[in-house]
Design a protein. Sequence first.
Length: 292
Amino acid sequence: MKFTLTRIAPTPSGFLHLGNAFSFLLTQAIAKKSGAKILLRIDDLDRERYRSEYVQDIFDSLDFLEIPIDQGPKSLEELESEWSQVHRMSLYDQALENLRQTKRVFACDCSRNKIQQMDSRGYYLGQCLDRRIPLDRPETAWRINTLDSDFISFTEYPQGKKTDLIPEETAFYIVRKKDKLPAYHLTSVVDDIHFGVDLVVRGIDLYPSTLAQLDLAGHLGKESFGQITFLHHELIRGENQSKLSKSTGATSIQFLRRDGKKLRDIYLILAKMNGKEVEFLETEDLNLVLGI
């Protein structure tokens, strides 16, 4: 199967970890097999968590992993001057205005604590849907009414066709945050369409996000988004099968790099974490690491 463009889309909110390395290497392997170019899209709108050292870590990690970037920034300076999401705010604002016109958005002023009190799992179940809060009221987020969402169908390479409803954990998803900035789902959809991405490789934990984004693209009238191929891979796990996170310093690529690890060592670590018992691994033996 041939593709034109895939993307690596890290967030500069912490140092990248082995889970990121696994996903990036898998993206690179599939891009090579399918003839796709790789776009580096750094999701940097969350300026409260943004740090320049985290941005630099993205470039250093990609260089260490020997993953070439065909499109996107090559340095912190290029990100800030040309590729930052800040430069695409007009696209996000237009998408938000289009959603306002569809009347599928509603305002919500619920805090995380309030949502947790109403549902022990922390899922938002549409409590503000009938409150009819004005969309322009300060300190309110915009959510999508997903009660009438249709079944979502898409092709997932290479597993085949999947169909599902938007699950509770991402129902009534946010498209504009309380600070009036566009939320992740909206920027991701707008960016993928803007750059012409036709292959998205992401962890299985983001499967609900894919369903929400397909639903959102429908509300925006962007049928082309439904033609994107999505591959959801299993996650690399840490000790006791815990999910890796940027707060776990010992699994950061930066920590391992400063500890003297080479790329071949990273492959061996990933192979073991992926259930592959090998004692020696050449850097070309990606199939053993990635399980493809």
